[in-house]
Design a protein around this ligand. Sequence first.
Ligand code: NAD
Length: 309
Amino acid sequence: MKIAIIGVGTVGSAVATAVKNTGLVHEIVLYDRDGVRARAAAEDLGHAAAFGFDVKISAVNNYRGIRGSDIVIISAGANQKPGETRTDLLQNNAEVIRDIVPRVMANVDPKRVILILVTNPLDVMVMLAQSLSKLPPSRVIGTGTMLDTARLRTILARGLDVSPQSIHSYVLGEHGDSSVIDWSSVTVGGLSLDDFCHQSKITMTAATRETIEYRVRNAAYEIIRGRGATWDGIGAAVADLLKCIINDEHRILTVSIVAGTGAHTVAMSLPRVVGANGVVMTLMPKMSSTESAALRRSGKIIQKNFSRI
Ligand code: NAD
Protein backbone atom coordinates (compact mmCIF):
# COMPACT_ATOMS: atom_id res chain seq x y z
CA MET A 1 0.00 0.00 0.00
CA LYS A 2 1.54 3.29 -1.14
CA ILE A 3 0.29 6.55 0.35
CA ALA A 4 1.09 10.07 -0.88
CA ILE A 5 0.78 13.10 1.36
CA ILE A 6 0.58 16.48 -0.37
CA GLY A 7 1.42 19.34 2.00
CA VAL A 8 3.87 18.39 4.73
CA GLY A 9 3.48 21.21 7.20
CA THR A 10 2.40 20.75 10.80
CA VAL A 11 -0.63 18.63 9.89
CA GLY A 12 0.95 16.68 7.02
CA SER A 13 3.87 15.65 9.28
CA ALA A 14 1.53 14.53 12.07
CA VAL A 15 -0.56 12.62 9.53
CA ALA A 16 2.58 10.92 8.18
CA THR A 17 3.63 9.88 11.70
CA ALA A 18 0.18 8.53 12.56
CA VAL A 19 -0.12 6.71 9.23
CA LYS A 20 3.34 5.19 9.64
CA ASN A 21 2.38 3.96 13.12
CA THR A 22 -0.64 2.02 11.79
CA GLY A 23 1.83 -0.48 10.33
CA LEU A 24 -0.54 -0.89 7.39
CA VAL A 25 1.42 0.87 4.66
CA HIS A 26 4.75 -0.04 3.10
CA GLU A 27 5.55 3.28 1.43
CA ILE A 28 4.78 6.95 2.15
CA VAL A 29 5.81 9.68 -0.28
CA LEU A 30 5.75 13.32 0.77
CA TYR A 31 5.30 16.26 -1.58
CA ASP A 32 5.31 19.93 -0.59
CA ARG A 33 5.90 22.98 -2.74
CA ASP A 34 8.56 23.74 -0.14
CA GLY A 35 10.89 20.90 -1.15
CA VAL A 36 13.35 21.55 1.67
CA ARG A 37 10.56 21.11 4.21
CA ALA A 38 9.39 17.85 2.59
CA ARG A 39 12.90 16.43 2.48
CA ALA A 40 13.53 17.34 6.13
CA ALA A 41 10.23 15.70 7.16
CA ALA A 42 11.07 12.54 5.20
CA GLU A 43 14.50 12.38 6.80
CA ASP A 44 13.17 12.82 10.34
CA LEU A 45 10.30 10.37 9.87
CA GLY A 46 12.63 7.90 8.19
CA HIS A 47 14.76 7.84 11.34
CA ALA A 48 11.64 7.29 13.47
CA ALA A 49 10.73 4.36 11.24
CA ALA A 50 13.93 2.61 12.34
CA PHE A 51 12.32 2.21 15.79
CA GLY A 52 9.04 0.75 14.56
CA PHE A 53 7.38 -0.48 11.42
CA ASP A 54 9.70 -0.62 8.42
CA VAL A 55 8.04 1.93 6.18
CA LYS A 56 9.85 3.45 3.21
CA ILE A 57 9.45 7.22 3.53
CA SER A 58 10.72 9.61 0.87
CA ALA A 59 10.21 13.16 -0.32
CA VAL A 60 9.48 13.68 -4.00
CA ASN A 61 10.12 16.93 -5.85
CA ASN A 62 7.47 16.49 -8.52
CA TYR A 63 4.12 14.77 -8.94
CA ARG A 64 5.55 11.88 -10.97
CA GLY A 65 6.88 10.63 -7.64
CA ILE A 66 3.37 9.89 -6.38
CA ARG A 67 2.70 7.39 -9.22
CA GLY A 68 1.36 4.09 -7.95
CA SER A 69 -0.29 5.65 -4.87
CA ASP A 70 -3.46 3.93 -3.69
CA ILE A 71 -4.52 6.81 -1.44
CA VAL A 72 -3.56 10.50 -1.69
CA ILE A 73 -3.97 12.69 1.38
CA ILE A 74 -4.19 16.45 0.77
CA SER A 75 -3.14 18.49 3.78
CA ALA A 76 -1.62 21.50 1.99
CA GLY A 77 -2.67 25.09 2.44
CA ALA A 78 -2.97 27.90 4.91
CA ASN A 79 -4.01 27.13 8.49
CA GLN A 80 -6.00 29.33 10.88
CA LYS A 81 -4.12 32.00 12.76
CA PRO A 82 -5.42 32.87 16.25
CA GLY A 83 -8.88 34.45 15.86
CA GLU A 84 -9.35 33.36 12.22
CA THR A 85 -12.23 31.10 11.20
CA ARG A 86 -11.86 28.21 8.77
CA THR A 87 -13.92 30.18 6.24
CA ASP A 88 -11.26 32.93 6.28
CA LEU A 89 -9.01 30.43 4.44
CA LEU A 90 -11.51 29.95 1.60
CA GLN A 91 -9.96 31.81 -1.35
CA ASN A 92 -6.35 31.02 -0.53
CA ASN A 93 -6.95 27.30 -0.09
CA ALA A 94 -9.27 27.03 -3.12
CA GLU A 95 -6.23 28.11 -5.17
CA VAL A 96 -4.12 25.47 -3.45
CA ILE A 97 -6.64 22.71 -4.27
CA ARG A 98 -6.93 23.98 -7.88
CA ASP A 99 -3.16 23.72 -8.14
CA ILE A 100 -2.86 20.25 -6.59
CA VAL A 101 -5.79 18.12 -7.75
CA PRO A 102 -5.20 18.18 -11.54
CA ARG A 103 -1.53 17.33 -11.00
CA VAL A 104 -2.43 14.49 -8.65
CA MET A 105 -4.99 13.13 -11.11
CA ALA A 106 -2.44 13.15 -13.94
CA ASN A 107 -0.30 10.73 -11.92
CA VAL A 108 -2.70 8.26 -10.29
CA ASP A 109 -5.03 5.53 -11.49
CA PRO A 110 -8.49 7.19 -11.52
CA LYS A 111 -10.17 3.76 -11.40
CA ARG A 112 -8.93 2.99 -7.90
CA VAL A 113 -7.38 6.02 -6.17
CA ILE A 114 -9.02 7.48 -3.07
CA LEU A 115 -8.45 11.14 -2.19
CA ILE A 116 -8.60 12.17 1.46
CA LEU A 117 -9.08 15.89 2.05
CA VAL A 118 -7.87 17.60 5.22
CA THR A 119 -7.43 21.21 4.04
CA ASN A 120 -9.91 23.76 5.43
CA PRO A 121 -12.58 24.93 4.95
CA LEU A 122 -12.96 21.21 4.62
CA ASP A 123 -16.40 20.68 3.09
CA VAL A 124 -15.95 23.30 0.36
CA MET A 125 -12.52 21.83 -0.47
CA VAL A 126 -14.15 18.38 -0.83
CA MET A 127 -16.68 19.83 -3.31
CA LEU A 128 -13.91 21.52 -5.27
CA ALA A 129 -11.63 18.47 -5.28
CA GLN A 130 -14.45 16.17 -6.37
CA SER A 131 -15.42 18.43 -9.25
CA LEU A 132 -11.78 18.87 -10.39
CA SER A 133 -10.90 15.19 -10.09
CA LYS A 134 -14.15 13.89 -11.64
CA LEU A 135 -13.82 10.89 -9.32
CA PRO A 136 -16.98 9.32 -7.91
CA PRO A 137 -17.99 11.23 -4.74
CA SER A 138 -17.57 8.03 -2.71
CA ARG A 139 -13.78 8.22 -3.33
CA VAL A 140 -13.21 11.90 -2.47
CA ILE A 141 -13.50 11.85 1.29
CA GLY A 142 -13.02 14.71 3.73
CA THR A 143 -12.19 13.97 7.35
CA GLY A 144 -15.22 16.16 8.03
CA THR A 145 -16.44 16.08 11.61
CA MET A 146 -14.44 12.98 12.62
CA LEU A 147 -12.37 15.22 14.89
CA ASP A 148 -15.41 17.12 16.22
CA THR A 149 -17.13 13.79 16.91
CA ALA A 150 -14.03 12.56 18.75
CA ARG A 151 -14.04 15.75 20.82
CA LEU A 152 -17.72 15.26 21.70
CA ARG A 153 -17.25 11.61 22.66
CA THR A 154 -14.23 12.46 24.80
CA ILE A 155 -15.97 15.29 26.66
CA LEU A 156 -19.08 13.15 27.24
CA ALA A 157 -16.93 10.23 28.38
CA ARG A 158 -15.22 12.34 31.05
CA GLY A 159 -18.55 13.67 32.31
CA LEU A 160 -20.28 10.26 32.32
CA ASP A 161 -17.24 8.37 33.60
CA VAL A 162 -17.30 5.73 30.86
CA SER A 163 -14.91 5.05 28.00
CA PRO A 164 -15.37 7.10 24.79
CA GLN A 165 -15.56 3.67 23.06
CA SER A 166 -18.90 3.04 24.81
CA ILE A 167 -20.42 6.27 23.54
CA HIS A 168 -22.04 6.61 20.13
CA SER A 169 -22.63 10.23 19.25
CA TYR A 170 -22.24 12.37 16.17
CA VAL A 171 -21.33 15.90 15.20
CA LEU A 172 -22.87 16.53 11.77
CA GLY A 173 -22.85 19.13 9.00
CA GLU A 174 -20.00 21.55 8.44
CA HIS A 175 -16.53 20.98 9.88
CA GLY A 176 -16.77 24.53 11.13
CA ASP A 177 -18.75 26.96 13.22
CA SER A 178 -22.18 25.72 12.03
CA SER A 179 -21.57 22.07 12.98
CA VAL A 180 -24.55 20.34 14.61
CA ILE A 181 -24.44 18.14 17.69
CA ASP A 182 -27.03 15.42 17.23
CA TRP A 183 -28.14 14.95 20.83
CA SER A 184 -31.12 12.85 19.69
CA SER A 185 -28.91 9.97 18.53
CA VAL A 186 -26.50 9.79 21.51
CA THR A 187 -26.35 6.33 23.06
CA VAL A 188 -24.23 5.13 25.97
CA GLY A 189 -23.90 1.38 26.22
CA GLY A 190 -27.01 1.08 24.05
CA LEU A 191 -29.09 3.37 26.34
CA SER A 192 -30.33 6.80 25.36
CA LEU A 193 -28.39 9.61 27.05
CA ASP A 194 -31.39 10.40 29.30
CA ASP A 195 -31.75 6.75 30.35
CA PHE A 196 -28.03 6.45 31.06
CA CYS A 197 -28.06 9.66 33.16
CA HIS A 198 -31.15 8.46 35.03
CA GLN A 199 -29.57 5.05 35.86
CA SER A 200 -26.21 6.55 36.82
CA LYS A 201 -27.81 9.45 38.75
CA ILE A 202 -25.99 12.06 36.67
CA THR A 203 -27.74 15.34 36.02
CA MET A 204 -27.28 16.76 32.55
CA THR A 205 -29.08 20.09 32.28
CA ALA A 206 -29.64 22.20 29.18
CA ALA A 207 -26.83 24.43 30.45
CA THR A 208 -24.46 21.42 30.63
CA ARG A 209 -25.28 20.57 27.01
CA GLU A 210 -24.67 24.16 25.96
CA THR A 211 -21.28 24.12 27.66
CA ILE A 212 -20.39 20.85 25.89
CA GLU A 213 -21.46 22.30 22.53
CA TYR A 214 -19.33 25.37 23.17
CA ARG A 215 -16.30 23.25 24.07
CA VAL A 216 -16.68 21.04 20.97
CA ARG A 217 -17.07 23.99 18.57
CA ASN A 218 -14.31 26.04 20.17
CA ALA A 219 -11.76 23.28 20.71
CA ALA A 220 -9.73 24.21 17.60
CA TYR A 221 -9.71 27.92 18.54
CA GLU A 222 -8.47 27.08 22.07
CA ILE A 223 -5.77 24.72 20.77
CA ILE A 224 -4.59 27.24 18.14
CA ARG A 225 -4.43 29.94 20.83
CA GLY A 226 -2.34 27.66 23.04
CA ARG A 227 0.00 25.88 20.59
CA GLY A 228 -0.34 27.75 17.29
CA ALA A 229 -2.03 24.94 15.32
CA THR A 230 -3.79 21.60 15.79
CA TRP A 231 -2.13 18.41 14.63
CA ASP A 232 -2.32 15.40 16.96
CA GLY A 233 -6.09 14.97 16.77
CA ILE A 234 -6.29 15.29 12.98
CA GLY A 235 -3.27 12.99 12.52
CA ALA A 236 -5.06 10.28 14.52
CA ALA A 237 -8.34 10.91 12.64
CA VAL A 238 -6.69 10.46 9.23
CA ALA A 239 -4.89 7.31 10.39
CA ASP A 240 -8.21 5.92 11.67
CA LEU A 241 -9.94 6.67 8.36
CA LEU A 242 -7.07 5.08 6.46
CA LYS A 243 -7.22 1.96 8.65
CA CYS A 244 -10.95 1.70 7.99
CA ILE A 245 -10.34 1.88 4.23
CA ILE A 246 -7.30 -0.41 4.05
CA ASN A 247 -8.93 -3.11 6.21
CA ASP A 248 -12.33 -2.68 4.53
CA GLU A 249 -13.80 -2.33 8.04
CA HIS A 250 -17.20 -0.85 7.18
CA ARG A 251 -17.13 1.28 10.32
CA ILE A 252 -19.47 4.25 10.56
CA LEU A 253 -17.52 7.51 10.50
CA THR A 254 -18.70 11.11 10.19
CA VAL A 255 -16.89 11.93 6.95
CA SER A 256 -17.75 14.52 4.33
CA ILE A 257 -18.49 13.60 0.71
CA VAL A 258 -20.43 15.28 -2.08
CA ALA A 259 -24.08 14.19 -2.18
CA GLY A 260 -27.31 15.39 -3.74
CA THR A 261 -27.97 16.77 -7.20
CA GLY A 262 -28.43 20.19 -8.80
CA ALA A 263 -29.13 22.97 -6.32
CA HIS A 264 -29.08 20.42 -3.49
CA THR A 265 -25.48 19.32 -4.10
CA VAL A 266 -23.37 19.70 -0.98
CA ALA A 267 -20.51 18.03 0.91
CA MET A 268 -21.04 17.75 4.63
CA SER A 269 -20.63 15.19 7.35
CA LEU A 270 -23.16 12.49 8.10
CA PRO A 271 -22.58 9.03 9.60
CA ARG A 272 -21.24 6.95 6.71
CA VAL A 273 -20.17 3.35 6.23
CA VAL A 274 -16.56 3.37 4.99
CA GLY A 275 -14.71 0.48 3.36
CA ALA A 276 -12.08 -0.37 0.77
CA ASN A 277 -13.90 1.45 -2.03
CA GLY A 278 -14.52 4.57 0.06
CA VAL A 279 -17.99 5.48 1.29
CA VAL A 280 -20.48 2.69 0.67
CA MET A 281 -23.55 4.06 2.47
CA THR A 282 -24.83 7.21 4.15
CA LEU A 283 -27.14 7.14 7.18
CA MET A 284 -29.65 9.78 8.19
CA PRO A 285 -29.58 9.67 11.99
CA LYS A 286 -32.43 10.39 14.38
CA MET A 287 -32.74 14.17 14.81
CA SER A 288 -35.17 16.60 16.45
CA SER A 289 -36.81 19.23 14.25
CA THR A 290 -34.41 21.84 15.69
CA GLU A 291 -31.40 19.67 14.88
CA SER A 292 -32.69 18.99 11.34
CA ALA A 293 -33.17 22.72 10.78
CA ALA A 294 -29.63 23.39 12.05
CA LEU A 295 -28.26 20.73 9.66
CA ARG A 296 -30.09 22.31 6.70
CA ARG A 297 -28.69 25.71 7.70
CA SER A 298 -25.18 24.24 7.94
CA GLY A 299 -25.55 22.77 4.41
CA LYS A 300 -26.65 26.16 3.06
CA ILE A 301 -23.59 27.85 4.57
CA ILE A 302 -21.31 25.33 2.82
CA GLN A 303 -23.16 25.81 -0.51
CA LYS A 304 -22.90 29.59 -0.18
CA ASN A 305 -19.15 29.39 0.47
CA PHE A 306 -18.73 27.05 -2.51
CA SER A 307 -20.50 29.57 -4.72
CA ARG A 308 -17.94 32.20 -3.67
CA ILE A 309 -14.94 30.36 -5.13
P1 NAD B 1 1.18 24.57 7.58
O1 NAD B 1 1.27 25.99 7.16
O2 NAD B 1 2.01 24.09 8.71
O3 NAD B 1 1.50 23.63 6.33
C1 NAD B 1 0.91 23.79 5.10
C2 NAD B 1 1.86 23.23 4.05
O4 NAD B 1 1.21 23.25 2.78
C3 NAD B 1 3.16 24.04 3.92
O5 NAD B 1 4.28 23.19 4.11
C4 NAD B 1 3.09 24.60 2.49
O6 NAD B 1 4.36 24.70 1.86
C5 NAD B 1 2.21 23.55 1.81
N1 NAD B 1 1.57 24.04 0.59
C6 NAD B 1 0.86 25.19 0.43
N2 NAD B 1 0.42 25.30 -0.85
C7 NAD B 1 0.86 24.19 -1.51
C8 NAD B 1 0.71 23.73 -2.83
N3 NAD B 1 0.03 24.43 -3.74
N4 NAD B 1 1.29 22.54 -3.15
C9 NAD B 1 1.98 21.82 -2.24
N5 NAD B 1 2.14 22.23 -0.96
C10 NAD B 1 1.59 23.39 -0.60
O7 NAD B 1 -0.39 24.29 7.86
P2 NAD B 1 -0.98 23.06 8.71
O8 NAD B 1 -1.11 23.45 10.13
O9 NAD B 1 -0.21 21.85 8.35
O10 NAD B 1 -2.48 22.99 8.12
C11 NAD B 1 -2.72 22.47 6.82
C12 NAD B 1 -4.23 22.49 6.54
O11 NAD B 1 -4.90 21.54 7.39
C13 NAD B 1 -4.90 23.85 6.84
O12 NAD B 1 -5.82 24.16 5.84
C14 NAD B 1 -5.60 23.58 8.17
O13 NAD B 1 -6.68 24.47 8.40
C15 NAD B 1 -6.06 22.16 7.94
N6 NAD B 1 -6.50 21.42 9.13
C16 NAD B 1 -7.61 20.65 8.99
C17 NAD B 1 -8.09 19.93 10.06
C18 NAD B 1 -9.33 19.09 9.88
O14 NAD B 1 -9.94 18.61 10.85
N7 NAD B 1 -9.77 18.87 8.65
C19 NAD B 1 -7.44 19.99 11.31
C20 NAD B 1 -6.28 20.77 11.41
C21 NAD B 1 -5.82 21.51 10.31
